[in-house]
Design a protein around this ligand. Structure first.
Ligand code: CP
Length: 334
């Protein structure tokens, strides 16, 4: 393992091993300090509660030192494009930023959200990939334009804790939200669920499709791992017989760079694409999952998120345990 950018880069057996290590570490923390004497840079272009706190604490608990950097705030604004004349608002190029950092640290974690401006550009995850290209030390994706693999691994760990190794019927459902959001979380959740062999149903309104290439990858992993993938636009039937409900809103590719167009399109779905008691009653006594932060009574009603079926706090806790397992795997032998 050289970087941790997407679960799609790894075999299922490797991902299973990380989850087993995280579950062991959660139940019986050991005194090993694989990061003793090492530092990890945490580069946050965007806000965070869970990722930032769990990474800082995780590095500490593994014996290391976390260095938090916020380009444009506590560190210089960064340019990532090649061959650019830097006469605008960017002060430092990523090439120097990364090459300087790697003289100090053993790994670099990066959070860099989609800007929701240019689909063809952003679907290539240019900033994350520039970090990976320039860095000689491992890069950990802490949510990029297109992927949030640490979240997806914490989600798979949570499903494993609740249901064991058995494959489950898993619903990824779009939800109405007052503005378009990036696709990293739904992309990574669907990809990981397919890699773990679950029967995955993806529900969203027309025009809110995931990336075609990613959908092919998801279908390939499902077939290879004994799972299945189905798609529906019918929110009234999407919850039938489901064991795991995963809610997330995302923006439309059709309206990428056109937030007003997206808002006008999604207005018809307000109050319809929401997780409430009626929808949960259609499930097979299913659990409710969300990566957080979540807008209450927009994405999910109070009565669902506050119920015994909600595992959102477990998912957030598991971020700590799975990221410790990932960092141990990346760094203990280096
Ligand atoms: N789920 C998640 O990544 O939370 P933060 O944005 O608070 O880090």
């Amino acid at each position: 393992m050289t970087n941790f950018l997407s679960t799609g880069d790894f075999e299922r057996s490797t991902l299973e091993g990380l989850i087993e290590a995280a579950i062991r570490g959660k139940s019986a923390p050991n005194s090993d300090r694989p990061l003793a004497g090492k530092s990890v840079a945490l580069v946050f272009f965007d806000p965070s509660l869970r990722t930032r706190a769990s990474m800082q604490i995780g590095v500490y608990e593994l014996g290391g030192n976390a260095v938090l950097l916020e380009p444009g705030s506590s560190s210089w604004t960064l340019e990532h494009r090649e061959g650019i004349v830097m006469d605008g608002d960017k002060t430092e190029h990523l090439k120097e930023f990364v090459r300087v950092l790697e003289r100090y640290v053993s790994a670099i974690g990066v959070r860099t959200f989609a800007q929701l401006k240019d689909w063809n550009l952003e679907r290539e995850d240019p900033i994350l990939n520039a970090f990976a290209r320039y860095s000689a030390v491992p890069v950990i994706n802490l949510e990029s334009a297109m992927q949030h693999p640490c979240q997806a691994m914490a989600d798979m760990m949570t499903i494993r804790e609740k249901f064991g190794c058995e494959k489950k019927k898993v619903l990824l459902t779009w939800a109405w939200h007052p503005k378009p959001l990036p696709m990293a979380v739904p992309n990574s959740f669907a990809l990981a669920a397919a890699q773990f062999g679950h029967d995955l149903r993806i529900a969203h309104p027309k025009d809110y499709e995931l990336d075609d290439e990613l959908v092919n990858e998801i279908c390939g992993h499902a077939a290879a791992n004994g799972g299945s993938v189905e798609f529906t636009h019918n929110v009234d039937q999407a919850f039938d017989e489901i064991d795991v409900v995963y809610a997330k809103s995302w923006g439309s590719k059709q309206f990428y760079g056109d937030p007003d167009g997206d808002l006008a399109e999604r207005a018809q779905y307000r109050g319809k694409w929401i997780v409430d008691d009626k929808r949960m009653s259609q499930t097979a006594d299913g659990i409710f999952m969300h990566c957080l932060p979540v807008r209450r009574n927009v994405i999910v009603t109070d009565s669902v998120i506050d119920s015994q079926r909600s595992v959102v706090i477990d998912e957030a806790e598991n971020r700590l345990h799975i990221q410790k397992a990932i960092m141990t795997e990346l760094l203990s032998s280096k």
